[in-house]
Design a protein around this ligand. Structure first.
Ligand code: GBH
Length: 483
């Protein structure tokens, strides 16, 4: 188990790419600088600060004003790739297809991309990492309105391809559509916290949002393929997150089925339509019935036409859980397939040692199994677009910088990738650690620190943690010694 496994520093292929990942709202600050419009996060954090640990990201790491320093830092760590996101409201302040673009916002990303390339770092750009322009939410409920959102997202994406696509060769449309659907429109723990408003319907709205995101993704993938790919020669996909699930009681078929069903609800929901061009998985239709929207003939065609264009499977992965089948019929707003999740199984065994967050446990075997699960289902090369953890006891600066738990976590997760590649034959082509630096962790504010670089939020001073040096060194030796 994760409790006693030694880190082996197993080999990785010579062309395996290592990188760091961030997102705009979490690190940029400059909330209203240079004409940026408000996103739903700018509004959500100020409306009711208790929802985000009393904190907001008006300033955060102030990356917007310290970008050159941050690129130098990455260069000093030897990263190959930097995955960042573009703040939609920075380049189209009101977000809509007829709203004006903001040249100053565009200039920021141009400078970032140019500096990265000058330092030999490949930019990977995410179009959407949760920061919907507030104006679109006010106008029509944003992703609750499929046709409007799809048309506005298409224009935004086209603008990004036009202005950045000569240099950005890897695009991600949406970061974790599952989270935008469930956490932002059902549990309400992320902006816009829609289910907390009057007149909302948590039985159907999360599935409508998922539908919007799928179709908006496919639309933009087709725009890229038709209008940009032949001249720009880049690739595009989506990023899906998901835990690996083990059965709560491995001797019970119901729990074995539950673990599989939980992953289908998490990943297959988006993965099957996007990567296979198919309808939603049968298990979802069975449990959700008419709560799940139907695809029109035209929409099915779009999915079928675009499935093969997605060039890689973007995986955000953090941890493993146990899944237990519930005996009663599901609640009328159930979103799990009637499953209860836990960190401990029927024999009282923990899924792995706990990190700085209760839900995030060190479980590298689950990661390896998930890599196999995804490869078997989608047959696409896999890029790990996020992986990492906060450490226990990191409020103490000394512990935070000498981050032993994180070094072990990263070491073991990289070993799992090596085993998946060389023993199981799963093509994993890159690994982007979450995150480059400590940042605004959404509803948890500045509590959890995921960075491989420490940020003192009083002075904004950056200090690489030992895990940053560990990654720099291990990638040098793992790749050099690979066979
Ligand atoms: C990613 O989301 C995000 O892309 C990134 O912005 C974020 O900073 C990073 O991870 C770290 O959180 O339901 O008990 O299993 C991950 C989203 C956050 C989803 C925690 C599940 C709830 C725990 N996840 N979450 S639980």
């Amino acid at each position: 188990t994760g409790h006693d496994l030694p880190v082996r520093n197993l080999p990785l292929p010579p062309d395996f790419a290592w990188g760091t990942a961030t997102s705009a709202y979490q690190i940029e600050g400059g909330a209203l600088q240079d004409g940026k419009g408000k996103s739903i996060w700018d509004v959500y954090t100020h409306l009711e600060p208790s929802r985000t640990n009393g904190q907001n990201a008006d300033v955060s790491c102030d990356h917007y004003n310290r970008m050159p320093e941050d690129v130098e830092l990455m260069a000093s760590l030897g990263v190959d790739v930097y995955r960042f996101s573009i703040a939609w409201a920075r380049i189209i302040p009101l977000g809509g297809r007829d709203d004006p673009a903001n040249e100053k916002g565009i200039a920021f990303y141009n400078h970032l991309i140019d500096r990265l390339l000058a330092r030999g770092i490949q930019p990977v750009a995410t179009l959407y990492h949760w920061d919907t322009p507030q104006a679109l939410y006010e106008r029509y409920g944003a992703m609750l309105n499929t046709d409007e959102f799809r048309a506005d997202f298409e224009r935004y994406a086209r603008l990004c391809f036009e202005r950045f696509g000569d240099r950005v060769k890897k695009w991600v449309t949406f970061n974790e559509p599952y989270i935008s659907s469930i956490f932002a429109h059902l549990n309400g723990t992320l902006a816009p916290g829609h289910c907390r408003e009057a007149g909302t319907d948590t039985k159907t709205e999360p599935w409508r949002v998922g539908h919007t995101l799928l179709l908006s993704h496919a639309t933009v993938v087709e725009v890229y393929a038709k209008e940009f790919q032949s001249s720009q020669q880049g690739e595009i996909s989506v990023v899906l997150n998901g835990h690996y699930y083990e059965p709560y009681d491995a001797s019970k078929q119901a729990d074995i089925d539950a673990a599989e069903r939980r992953m289908v609800f998490y990943i297959g929901w988006f993965g099957d339509p996007i990567y296979l061009g198919k309808d939603y998985p049968d298990e979802m239709r069975e449990y959700l019935g008419s709560r799940l929207p139907a695809f029109t003939a035209e929409e099915r065609e779009l999915l079928r036409r675009t499935a093969h264009i997605n060039a890689f499977y973007g995986m955000n992965h953090y941890s493993t859980k146990y899944a237990r089948a519930l005996p009663d019929p599901p609640a009328d707003n159930d979103w799990t397939g009637n499953i209860e999740e836990s960190a401990v199984n029927s024999e009282g065994k923990e899924v792995g040692p706990v990190s700085g967050l209760g839900w995030l446990r060190l479980a590298p075997e689950g990661f390896r199994k998930l890599l196999n699960w995804v490869w078997r289902r989608y047959h696409l090369p896999i890029v790990i677009t996020e992986n990492g953890c906060p450490c226990p006891g990191e409020d103490d600066v000394a512990v935070a910088v000498d981050d032993k738990f994180r070094q072990r976590y990263l070491g073991l997760y990289l070993d799992a990738i090596s085993r998946a590649i060389y023993t199981d034959g799963v093509p994993v082509t890159g690994y982007y650690v979450w995150s480059l630096m400590d940042n605004f962790e959404w509803s948890a504010g500045y509590g959890p620190r995921y960075g491989i670089v420490h940020v003192d939020f009083a002075t904004l001073k950056r200090t690489p943690k030992n895990s940053a040096y560990y990654l720099r060194d291990t990638f040098k030796s793992r790749r050099a010694t690979s066979t």
